[in-house]
Each structure stands twice: as structure tokens, then as C-alpha cells.
Design a protein around this ligand. Structure first.
Ligand code: RM4
Ligand code: MN
Length: 388
């Protein structure tokens, strides 16, 4: 039996932000499978997200995506979230679903379109001011499909100029978080393809501009934990979009494809001062549940992050440090693997029970009857989904 006493208070520092879009219908470019009971508006998404927090105690905030989550009153939405025991978190901009942005948004050659994309971010900042959100997360679909299609250097310069205008509007307690992605929907080049580009762009802006690392946005075999180490070392790891992938940006349940990679990432987060009260790195999920039920999909996701965090906290750092100093390769690696192979699930169940949470959140949700209630209640209206 694992004794979690030593890391119990550290576990309590964990907070994982849920994406509102994880609760809506989603799919691939081949098919979106609608599920009964799916939310029809942002209010219902928040209600579903609150279920995850209720059963796990791990997910106190919900990220919004604008315009998908547009409402008449954000103060009202924030109030409703509070009534459900959660709060609104990061505001995500969206410049990838408007015909004007076919050839780019903040990098576009046309001043009018660039202006429109910048104004959209200003609108997002206005929303942040109403919701009390700290982070504006920017992920851009900008890029090209064919060599020679556009001047990559010119686009980079316009990106810098647009980001500077957006950053100027960011409040003293707010942050601009720039996410990178190697490809898709652009297939030849993207304007923010990697952590280095994001780092170069945010560094030019100032202290309140940081990088978002989406774990699905790298080339296969990329050593993601190295990037985590480097960004923490540079003080620029603003947030994570957690998910897992077998091939590309699969957006599957975090820890499903490669639990060991998640462990290695979390070891570096803790080592680098990015965990809990140590720093400002936000843990978020960015996932879609195309074929599985969405609320339990999110419950399983936050539990996966918690389990790997617990294992990472169990690394015997003093012994590891000694082995590293001694150049004892096999002992160092053995200590690392000992923590990874520790099954923390029974101890976490006890830990939850000691905090008034269900020992088995998946079962507690299944037995709560919530799923049947939303299927019965959510009749009529249009289900929320990709692009709505
Ligand atoms: C992108 C990126 C963004 C997310 C959108 C929905 O691939 O990961 O973070 O907001 O998808
Ligand atoms: Mn993402």
C-alpha cells in the first residue's frame, strides 16, 4: 500500500481546467456522432463541467471558446458557474471558422481582415474583464498549404505586429498565452509551428505573454518533457492543453495513449516549479470525446492527470539526485521507474474519501442518475457542437 501522507497536501494543490467544447458534439472530418443529452448552450456545458468537479474535486474552472460560447451576459454565466460550484477560466479566441480567414487571420496581408482578427481578440479581452478570467489563449490556424504560396517572413512580421496590438490591451493581471501547433489545418507551414516560435513571439511582447503547450501538437517522437523543462527554465510555460495522441492531433483522453510520457512531463513540471502553488502554469484539458460519453470521459481524464501527478510526486528526488551525482545510470533510471510503476489508485481512493469525495468518481457519476436526467431534459433546441 502506498502511503500518500507525504504528498497529500501537494495533491490538494491540483486544479485542472476543463474545455467547454469537450461537452459538445465532436467528431472527425468524416463524421460527427451526436450523443443524446448533449448541452444546447454554454449554460448546459457549465452544468456538465460542474459534474466533473463535483465527483473529483479536481476541476474548479471551465474554459470558454468564443464565439462558440457567446452569451448575452457573461456576468450571468459566471454567476451560474458559481452556483454550480465552479468558475469560468481561460478565454479562447477563434479565428479559424470564418470565410475571411481562409488565407490567414492576424497574419493576413489584407489590413481589413487583420483588423477584424485583432478586434475579435479585443472582444475576448472585454469578455475576460466581465468573467474575471486571467488568460487569453490564442491558437491560430494561420499558415499555408503550398511552398511559395506566401512569404513566411512577412507573415511572421505581421503576426508580431498583431500580437503587440492585442498585448497592449491585456490587463495588468491578465496574460496572453500563445499556443503552437506543427500542422493542421495548414499542411505546408503554420505561422506558430513550435515552442521556439511561440517563445520568440511572446518574449518580444513582455512578461505577461507566455506559451501554451498542447501535448498533441508536436511531431511524433518529440521529447515533450524537454520542452517543458526549457520553457519552465525560461519562465514562459503559461499553460498546458493536455490530451493524448497516437498519430496526429488526436485529442484523445490524456494519459490514454502514452501514460509514461504523461509521467515524464509531470516529473519535469514538478521539478521545474510549474506545479500547484509553485508557479503559474495552468493545467487545462483540450480534448474531444467523439465516441465515448463526454462527462465520464472528462472525469477519467482528470483522474489520469491526478494519478500521474501522484506518481511523479513520489519520485525519491534525494536518492535520484545522489545517483545522478554519482553517475549511477541504472540506479537513477531505476528510481525514476519505481515511481512510475507505483499503483497509486487505491491510495488516491482513500485520499478522496478523506476529503468527502467519492472513492470511485466514475462509479459515483454513473450511479448519480445525471446522465439519464440530461437525456430526458434536453429535448429540442440545437445541440452544441464543433463550430456552434
Ligand atoms: C486547436 C487548438 C486549440 C483549441 C482548438 C479547438 O487544435 O488545440 O487549443 O482551442 O483546437
Ligand atoms: Mn489546444
Amino acid at each position: 500500500m502506498v502511503d500518500l501522507a507525504a504528498i497529500s497536501s501537494r495533491l490538494a494543490e491540483q486544479a485542472i481546467e476543463l474545455p467547454s467544447w469537450a461537452f459538445g458534439n465532436s467528431g472527425t472530418r468524416f463524421k460527427v456522432f451526436a450523443q443524446p443529452g448533449v448541452p444546447r448552450d454554454p449554460y448546459e456545458k457549465i452544468a456538465d463541467a460542474a459534474q466533473v468537479h463535483r465527483h473529483t474535486g479536481l476541476a474548479p474552472t471551465v474554459a470558454l471558446h468564443i464565439p462558440w460560447d457567446k452569451v448575452d451576459s457573461y456576468a450571468d454565466l459566471a454567476k451560474r458557474a458559481e452556483d454550480h460550484g465552479v468558475a469560468l477560466g481561460t478565454i479562447n479566441s477563434n479565428t479559424f471558422q470564418d470565410d475571411d480567414y481562409k488565407l490567414g487571420s492576424v497574419t493576413h496581408r489584407d489590413d481589413r481582415i487583420r483588423r477584424k482578427a485583432i478586434d475579435h481578440h479585443f472582444e475576448c479581452i472585454d469578455i475576460m474583464n466581465e468573467t474575471g478570467s486571467r488568460d487569453l489563449k490564442i491558437w491560430l490556424a494561420d499558415g499555408t498549404n503550398y511552398p511559395g504560396q506566401d512569404d513566411m517572413r512577412g507573415r511572421q512580421d505581421r503576426l508580431a505586429d498583431s500580437l503587440a496590438k492585442i498585448y497592449e490591451r491585456i490587463g495588468d493581471n491578465q496574460r496572453l498565452v500563445l499556443e503552437y501547433k506543427i500542422f493542421e489545418p495548414s499542411f505546408y507551414h503554420t505561422d506558430v509551428p513550435d515552442w521556439g516560435t511561440s517563445y520568440a513571439q511572446v518574449s518580444a511582447l513582455g512578461d505577461r505573454a507566455v506559451v501554451c503547450l498542447d501535448t498533441g501538437h508536436h511531431a511524433p517522437s518529440t521529447n515533450i518533457e524537454f520542452i517543458v523543462m526549457q520553457l519552465l527554465r525560461l519562465g514562459k510555460l503559461g499553460s498546458f492543453d493536455f490530451n493524448s495522441r497516437f498519430y496526429a492531433d488526436d485529442d484523445l483522453i490524456v494519459g490514454a495513449a502514452d501514460p509514461f510520457q504523461l509521467f515524464r512531463i509531470l516529473v519535469e513540471v514538478i521539478r521545474g516549479g510549474g506545479y500547484g502553488g509553485d508557479g503559474d502554469t495552468a493545467f487545462m484539458l483540450d480534448q474531444c470525446h467523439n465516441i465515448e460519453d463526454k462527462i465520464p470521459g472528462q472525469i477519467r481524464s482528470v483522474l489520469n492527470v491526478q494519478e500521474m501527478t501522484a506518481r511523479a510526486l513520489l519520485v525519491d528526488t534525494a536518492a535520484l539526485d545522489a545517483a545522478q551525482r554519482a553517475g549511477d545510470v541504472l540506479t537513477a533510471n531505476g528510481l525514476f521507474m519505481d515511481a512510475f510503476y507505483t499503483d497509486v489508485r487505491p491510495a488516491l481512493a482513500e485520499w478522496r474519501a478523506s476529503r468527502g469525495l467519492p472513492e470511485d468518481p466514475m462509479r459515483a457519476y454513473a450511479e448519480s442518475g445525471y446522465a439519464a436526467t440530461i437525456v430526458a431534459d434536453r429535448v429540442g433546441g440545437a445541440q452544441a457542437g464543433w463550430g456552434a
